[in-house]
Design a protein around this ligand. Structure first.
Ligand SMILES: CC(C)(COP(=O)(O)OP(=O)(O)OC[C@H]1O[C@@H](n2cnc3c(N)ncnc32)[C@H](O)[C@@H]1OP(=O)(O)O)[C@@H](O)C(=O)NCCC(=O)NCCS
Length: 197
């Protein structure tokens, strides 16, 4: 299967992700376009959506999976990001290295198990490598078993576990992947990437 991926610019991409997040029951704090734009506007970022035939009309493609990532600097002023950097500073080397944070993503239920998240992840890695990034960092929670299993299949290494004091299922798990040319050679998906508005 060749995956059709659209790479969006900021405003339209933020709207598309706001729409698609409405379809996820797993997410409590769904991201708004405003929040996404606020986070990404002053930093290098990548917004990718995986497209599938709509069902009603196979010529019409709809977004069914998405992935957003952005650069993560050693010095962050945004509170959430400075907290993130504080958490991983002892396990991620920032000096003279570019770090990419794989922020949010998912695949709509009916389209899971088709390799779409792998395709988006591999595309993100290819893009990040081309722009000189050295490492991808991602954060999840103990209770997100599907995501943990997926990140395992995608060869992310656990770099830190931050235990939640009252409920261990809420504990945070930090993972990372160093992106050298060798990693790109191991990619498995076939992808066509189109730049959208
Ligand atoms: C996790 C999620 C993104 C996977 O999307 P997907 O498009 O079905 O994933 P893919 O088909 O690309 O699978 C990628 C790999 O992960 C594995 N995988 C995916 N879901 C899995 C699951 N629930 N259990 C075990 N392995 C799983 C696949 O077997 C595949 O491995 P392979 O390529 O080596 O064969 C999707 O289930 C999802 O959106 N879940 C909800 C999001 C979520 O929980 N987010 C938590 C916040 S971090």
């Amino acid at each position: 299967m060749e995956h059709i991926i659209r790479q969006y610019k900021l405003e339209q991409g933020a709207l598309e992700v706001q729409y698609i997040e409405e379809c996820f029951t797993e997410f409590k704090g769904k991201k708004t376009a405003e929040e996404i734009i606020g986070r990404l506007k002053d930093r290098e970022h990548l917004i990718l959506l995986s497209m599938a035939p709509s069902g009603d009309d196979d010529a019409v493609l709809i977004p069914v999976a998405y992935k957003i990532g952005h650069e993560l600097r050693a010095q962050e002023t945004n509170l959430k990001l400075s907290d993130l950097v504080g958490q991983v500073r002892d396990v991620v080397e920032f000096e003279n290295r570019k770090i990419f944070y794989s922020w949010i993503g998912g695949t709509r239920t009916e389209w899971r198990g088709q390799g779409r998240y792998r395709a988006l992840t591999e595309q993100q890695e290819e893009w990040a490598h081309a722009r000189g990034y050295h490492e991808l960092v991602v954060k999840t929670k103990n209770r997100f078993y599907g995501m943990r299993a997926t990140l395992d299949h995608l060869n992310f290494d656990v770099i830190k576990f931050q235990r939640h004091l009252r409920n261990n299922r809420e504990s945070k798990v930090y993972l990372s992947k160093k992106i050298a040319a060798e990693v790109l050679r191991q990619h498995q998906t076939s992808r066509s990437v189109v730049e959208a508005a």
